[in-house]
Design a protein around this ligand. Structure first.
Ligand SMILES: *Cc1c(COP(=O)(O)O)cnc(C)c1O
Length: 500
């Protein structure tokens, strides 16, 4: 018998990873102290770090796996230093590059607890309370957005996976052969998907990996507002029908990733209905904005979707990874994924509970629901309304501050995304497009490397713009007002260097 209350290494050489409760307590407290200091220092740290691959590898050392184990305290202290200083800080008040939420501390504490208990949310019976926590979280997300709460749904690793579930549920429900048994029957070559050119790249990835091929996607143009052109959509569907193709899926954006454009979702829902198409809404970025007063009225159309993807690790401020797929008809979600092997025996009937492995692609599943459940309750509906409305207000304020600077030209402002470029005196946007592209590309690298603020870019009408997206509860009005000065100061530096 192994003595688990002993600490002498030679007494249980087979379990070097085990830890006594006392040791765990001491190491855990120490790690919490380090994390608390990190949180406190966030506003004074650079938003991003310019680390070369060589430097990153040098910091780790490139030796092989050590033969012998290292003491846990040493390892954790080193790991903390490496990661605190080794990446962009998504929770930094001026972190505005991509759509990624500042993570709620209650969420990362939840992750700690979830990992410690390590339940497997594949089948309900192995984790009854965790499974119900996931079901409740999914219902609450639906409720927050005004989507039917009796829908099917589950948490995923992120938005791509949540959108993929939409494609698969749509194909299962709308293809006129048994897609699960027959796979890509000859008729699969005729399946057509409709989406605006501004759609996030998940669609191409999904069309590819699920065997439809990217040619199955009909890219529909947008107006100057970057929202889908519904006249072109109707014409395209009709033409495909006439040519014997099988339109089956219409994708609408509740906030595009580049500019936050919200497609005319209620009209898309009507077009999908008239044509017998599955209506999927990609709400990964923008869906939560529906709770804020004054957000675009077209967001309400997401409530008519057959399936909806939302990203909890974006505007719901849950730490990575947490996405959510909602499917109006719960049975159709089950029909897409359920296999019941003889080696799974349940004492609880699936009518009554969700055995999650039957509702999504994963088998073993972790307890990501806990951090979602905690964040949802930590903020409540009113808390989300305040944080998201605050972000929308700050984005408008940022736009106004940028527009007021004579050396900055703003392009778009929708939801919490603002796009703009640096246009120094003497350059004309109409004439000097290429020079401005080169200048703003170099400027973006300078901004990203400098760490004062973190921005990304958007390509609009073939031109390069800087892009700021606020999904961040730490951003203040002062942070936003500081941006024009940063842009023009670094812009002048870059301009001087390129003139030399
Ligand atoms: C972020 C995003 C995705 C992809 O989500 P991940 O969580 O990164 O997988 C899809 N669509 C939109 C609109 C997004 O903003």
């Amino acid at each position: 018998m192994v003595q688990h209350n002993s600490t002498a290494e030679d007494e249980y050489p087979a379990a070097p990873l085990d830890m006594s409760a006392g040791e765990f307590r001491a190491l855990g407290h120490d790690l919490v102290e380090r994390i608390a200091d990190f949180i406190q220092q966030i506003p004074n740290r650079p938003a991003a770090r310019d680390i070369s691959p060589a430097e990153a590898r040098a910091r780790l050392g490139q030796g092989g796996l050590p033969e012998h184990g290292t003491d846990a305290g040493t390892l954790l202290a080193r790991a903390a230093e490496l990661v605190f200083d080794g990446c962009r800080i998504n929770g930094h008040p001026k972190s505005w590059g991509y759509v990624i939420g500042s993570p709620a501390p209650i969420g990362f504490l939840g992750d700690f607890l979830a990992a410690a208990v390590n339940p497997n949310l594949a089948a309900w019976s192995s984790a009854p309370l965790p499974s119900e926590i996931e079901a409740q979280s999914v219902r609450w997300i639906a409720d927050l957005l005004g989507y039917p709460t009796d829908c099917g749904g589950l948490l995923t690793s992120g938005g791509n996976m949540a959108n993929f579930i939409g494609i698969l549920a749509a194909r299962r429900a709308r293809a006129d052969w048994d897609t699960r048994r027959e796979g890509l029957a000859p008729a699969a070559g005729a399946l057509r998907i409709y989406a605006s050119r501004e759609t996030h790249t998940w669609l191409e990835k999904g069309a590819d990996i699920f065997g439809l091929g990217t040619d199955a996607i009909r890219w529909i143009g947008t107006g100057t507002d970057l929202r889908m052109d519904t006249a072109e959509l109707r014409t395209r569907i009709a033409a495909d029908r006439a040519a014997g193709e099988q339109p089956f899926l219409l994708v609408g954006a509740a906030g595009t990733v580049s500019t936050g454009a919200v497609d005319p979702l209620p009209e898309l829902a009507a077009i999908a209905r008239e044509n017998g198409l599955w209506f999927h809404v990609d709400g990964c970025y923008g869906a939560p904005a529906i709770v804020a007063p004054g957000s675009p009225a077209d967001l309400k159309g997401l409530r008519e979707a057959d399936s909806l993807a939302v990203d909890a690790h974006k505007w719901l401020f849950v730490p990575l990874e947490a996405g959510c797929a909602l499917v109006r008809d719960r049975q159709s979600l089950r029909d897409t994924f359920s296999f019941r092997p003889p080696y799974y025996h349940y004492n609880v009937d699936d009518g009554e509970v969700m055995h999650y492995h039957e509702y999504g692609p994963q088998n073993s599943r972790g307890f990501r629901a806990l951090k979602v459940w905690l964040a949802l309750q930590g903020a409540g509906r009113a808390g989300y309304r305040a944080m998201i409305a605050g972000n929308l207000r700050l984005a408008r304020e940022m736009h106004a501050a940028l527009a007021a600077d004579p050396q900055i030209e703003t392009a778009t402002q929708s939801l919490s995304i603002t796009t703009f470029r640096y246009v120094p005196e003497g350059l004309d946007p109409a004439q000097d497009g290429e020079r401005l592209d080169a200048l703003n590309t170099a400027l973006l690298s300078r901004i990203q490397g400098g760490g004062e603020a973190f921005l990304s870019n958007a390509v609009i009408d073939g031109r390069f713009y800087l892009r700021a997206c606020i999904t961040n509860f730490r951003t203040t009005a002062a942070d936003v007002r500081a941006l024009p000065e940063i842009v023009t100061r670094l812009g002048r530096e870059v301009e001087k260097e390129t003139q030399r």
